[in-house]
Design a protein around this ligand. Structure first.
Ligand code: UT7
Length: 326
């Protein structure tokens, strides 16, 4: 029997153990002649530390550890899962997908598994796809994972980007439910902004062609981000017949504290209703929302029954929001 709704029943996350404070990173960059400072990074972004995966540790390695914690929290085993979606822009290989590699590591072989590539909006895209598949009866128990090793695509000679990102993974179990979990979502993309945030390289003829490291026009992204995040949040509330007063927690993509402050202000939400992890994780792209969600849940801030607004923005240009009852 197809159930009407999907609901998150477990969350999990994983950060690789190698943690670099701003001071650590500033010292490493100085040794290569790249000048930056803890003051600049904190003042412009709110970031104080990030985690980097060791060489040889892949997106699926981080993702599977987050997924196992989410399964444990949901009281399920890998064999119960009938759908795996991984949101990532830093998969293990060109193909097959990180989701297939992760599925085998998890021991959930047989169920459909695929990646969603919407950069920092990837998790809200993936959650929306999983919700739709559950509501149409295609799946009943899904793992939705955001996992990234952005340290692999950073240009450590470019101080305007290399201080911003980190590695990590977050996961949720999304199950068919008779009571509403996901209430509404609102997704968008505008491909005319491809160039403001991209890794423009490609593999061709067995070699990497072009620039295979991250390039970003930070100011252009910043200017677009706050407005589109407000619009997506308002559209999602309208679709669900709710107002911003119904939001218990805003769980935004963690790119920059100033973007989060700006969005919260426009939505008239006090900052103490915003889950903030950017200070400790940096920007982990598609992993940042499920990482923040899991930190919020495990810290006891976010409680069962709370209404959450998840929202992401990133390369593509892509953006979107999901409103849900936990
Ligand atoms: O996850 C996907 C979405 N991504 C984002 O949301 C990122 C959005 N953008 C941002 O968060 C901000 O634009 C940044 C944090 C990337 C940059 O902050 P900003 O306030 O826009 O700084 P800016 O680019 O205007 O640079 C200001 C100054 C420049 O120097 P001049 O030209 O004023 O002399 C930069 O060269 O800061 C300089 N600068 C740095 N100085 C020390 C840039 N990066 C650094 C650095 N350390 N790491």
């Amino acid at each position: 029997m197809t159930r009407q709704y999907s609901r998150i029943t477990g969350t999990g996350s994983y950060l690789p153990p190698r943690r670099l404070t701003n001071a650590d990173l500033v010292a490493e960059l100085a040794a290569q002649g790249v000048e930056t400072s803890d003051d600049w990074i904190v003042e412009r972004t709110g970031i104080r530390a990030r985690h980097f995966a060791d060489p040889g540790v892949s997106c699926s390695d981080l993702g599977v550890l987050a997924a196992q914690k989410a399964l444990e929290a949901a009281g399920l085993s890998a064999q119960d899962i009938d759908l795996i979606i991984v949101a990532t822009s830093t998969p293990d290989m060109v193909f097959p997908s990180a989701a297939c590699i992760l599925q085998n590591k998890l021991g959930a072989n047989g169920c459909p598994a695929f990646d969603v590539q919407a950069v920092c909006s990837g998790f809200v895209y993936a959650l929306t796809v999983a919700d739709a598949m559950i509501r149409t009866g295609t799946a009943t128990k899904a793992l939705v994972i955001g996992a990234e090793v952005f340290s692999r695509i950073l240009d450590f000679t470019d101080r305007t980007t290399c201080v911003l990102f980190g590695d990590g993974a977050g996961a949720v179990v999304l199950e068919a439910s008779d009571t509403p979990g996901i209430l509404a979502s609102d997704l968008h993309a505008d491909g005319k902004h491809v160039g403001i945030l991209c890794v423009p390289g490609q593999v061709s003829g067995g070699v990497v062609q072009g620039h295979a490291l991250l390039k970003m026009d930070g100011q252009a992204v910043f200017k677009l981000a706050v407005g589109v995040l407000e619009d997506a949040a308002r559209a999602t509330l309208a679709k669900a017949g709710k107002t911003q007063d119904d939001i218990d927690w805003l769980v935004p993509h963690q790119a920059n504290i100033r973007i989060m402050q700006g969005t919260a202000k426009r939505l008239k939400l006090p900052l103490d209703k915003v889950i903030v992890t950017v200070d400790q994780h940096g920007n982990t792209s598609a992993a940042s929302i499920p990482l923040a969600l899991d930190v919020g849940v495990r810290s006891g801030k976010i409680k069962k029954g709370d209404t959450l607004m998840l929202e992401g923005v990133g390369g593509g240009f892509t953006w979107g929001a999901v409103l849900l009852n936990l």
